[in-house]
Design a protein around this ligand. Structure first.
Ligand code: ADP
Length: 462
């Protein structure tokens, strides 16, 4: 049963009950009002006529009412008629009883209201004055009312049911539209589309918003999956090709390869296998990040010492690069709430890039300072500058993208194009930021701002 039908049946049922009750009240109440209109004048007429004869020595010679619809008769206590005549056809009657309304029915079927009043005649004799007034053919009247009600109530309920159905159809049509739009998007497998919002900002609007958010999330997760597969296959292609080439070279060689040739081939294969391993690890990490599966975990640590350690390590690693690294502007007293292993990767990536893209005999400068800008939380500012090859204006915005390398010919240098993607993500993880200024041929300067206290930020976010 559709929601439309359920609503129509439910509301119509309630309306039918209410209409039935209303009809009952109108019919019953109408009759009471009609009766009251007759009873009151009858009572007043009887009381005033009784007052006139009460205490008289003898019965009056005749009884007449000013109201032509009212007839008076005087009876004894036992119901014997003393004066006047009841309306035509009224024979069977209740014995007189003071101050009480009653009804009598004539032989012709006419109904009369009666009202009695006790009077004293001649000081001793107790008589009853009874007034009669005809009740209009009540059956005919109420039958008319009933007949009207029998037709009017079902017709009204029917009209109500139709109106309710139309109303619920119009109210629920946005839900049908929403459902068919969602189905169309899912069937078409294009989750990047959004469902159009209704004009009024009602519950349907909120539901549309929720469905759109859900589609967006689904789209993002499918896109991430696609990205992972395409990144993985793209990045693993080169080392796999190199390994296969080396194997082929050895196995198809016309002459028996020398020991040196074997060693060289195995070294190349080993290097490529190592690169593949590194790539797989990085890809898995990126996929974890994409799925939002990385929990935030900070500890207070000596950031200055950490930066110095990385500088020393990089200096040693690139000892024969001819590039000097100056870390004299690293403030030795900066402690911050950081994720140390991630922070080591951030600094390492920036400094190793400075070596990798630096020029022979060039200079790298690493600095760390505390920055307290107006109205902002204090941050630790790390800068890594080099006087190397620099980055062109066109490449500058793209260097943060995963697997982006400004110089694509250098794919076999061990660079993956993931380093800066990680740097940006790690800065974001710490609620910080990273920026770059660079001039092609002159050098680059990377600046990372890392907040000193993570708790304060989390409290502010709340
Ligand atoms: P890669 O593994 O290729 O270094 P990154 O994500 O670290 O990947 O860097 C992306 C690209 O940005 C690099 O390929 C390089 O072209 C450019 N780049 C990064 N750091 C520097 C730098 N210090 N000087 C010049 N170019 C840089």
């Amino acid at each position: 049963m559709s929601l439309k039908l359920k609503l129509t049946v439910g509301i119509t049922l309630i309306a039918a009950i209410v209409a039935g009750l209303a009809a009952g009240i109108i019919i019953g109440g109408g009759r009471m009002i009609a009766e009251d209109r007759l009873k009151r004048p009858l009572r007043e007429a009887v009381l005033s006529a009784a007052k006139a004869i009460d205490g008289e020595k003898k019965l009056p010679s005749r009884l007449a009412s000013e109201n032509e619809n009212i007839t008076f008769v005087i009876y004894t206590k036992k119901g014997e008629r003393l004066l006047g005549a009841p309306p035509e056809g009224v024979t069977v009657q209740p014995t007189p009883d003071s101050k009480r309304y009653g009804t009598v029915t004539g032989e012709n079927g006419k109904v009369y209201f009666i009202f009695d009043k006790k009077c004293d005649i001649g000081g001793k004799k107790q008589v009853y004055l009874r007034g009669y007034t005809e009740y209009p053919d009540n059956d005919a009247v109420s039958a008319d009312i009933r007949k009207t009600a029998y037709v009017a109530v079902p017709s009204a309920v029917l009209v109500f049911a139709v109106l309710t159905y139309l109303l619920s159809r119009s109210l629920l049509s946005p839900i049908s539209k929403l459902s068919s739009a969602t189905n169309a998007i899912i069937d078409g497998s294009d989750l990047s589309k959004t469902i159009p919002y209704p004009e009024s900002r009602d519950e349907i609007y909120a539901l549309t918003k929720t469905v759109n958010a859900m589609l967006e999330r689904l789209d993002r997760s499918f896109e991430n999956e696609k990205q992972f597969i395409s990144d993985a296959s793209h990045e693993l292609r080169t080392p796999t090709a190199v390994i296969l080439a080396q194997c082929e070279l050895i196995s198809t060689s016309k002459t028996e390869p020398t020991g040196d040739e074997y060693r060289q081939a195995i070294e190349t294969i080993g290097r490529q296998a190592g690169r593949m391993k590194q790539l797989v690890l990085e890809l898995l990490e990126l996929s974890r990040i994409d799925r939002g599966k990385v929990e935030k975990n900070f500890e207070e640590d000596d950031l200055s010492r950490l930066v110095m350690l990385v500088c020393d390590e990089q200096r040693e690693l690139h000892a024969d690069s001819g590039i000097t690294l100056d870390s004299s502007e690293v403030d030795p007293q900066i402690r911050a709430q950081i994720n140390s292993s991630l922070m080591i990767r951030l600094v390492t990536n920036l400094v190793s890039n400075a070596y990798q893209y630096g020029k022979k005999g060039g200079h790298i400068k690493v600095s760390l300072s505390m920055e307290k800008q107006f109205n902002r939380k204090p941050v630790a500012r790390l800068t890594v500058s080099d006087d190397g090859k620099g980055i062109s204006k066109e490449d500058l915005p793209k260097i943060w993208e995963r697997f982006y390398r400004a110089d694509n010919s250098r794919t076999d240098t061990g660079s993956s194009g993931l380093g800066l993607t990680m740097v940006k993500w790690i800065a974001g993880y710490h609620n910080g930021s990273v920026t770059v200024e660079s001039t092609l041929g002159k050098g680059s300067r990377f600046t990372a701002d890392i907040p000193l206290r993570q708790q304060e930020i989390r409290q502010d976010e709340k």
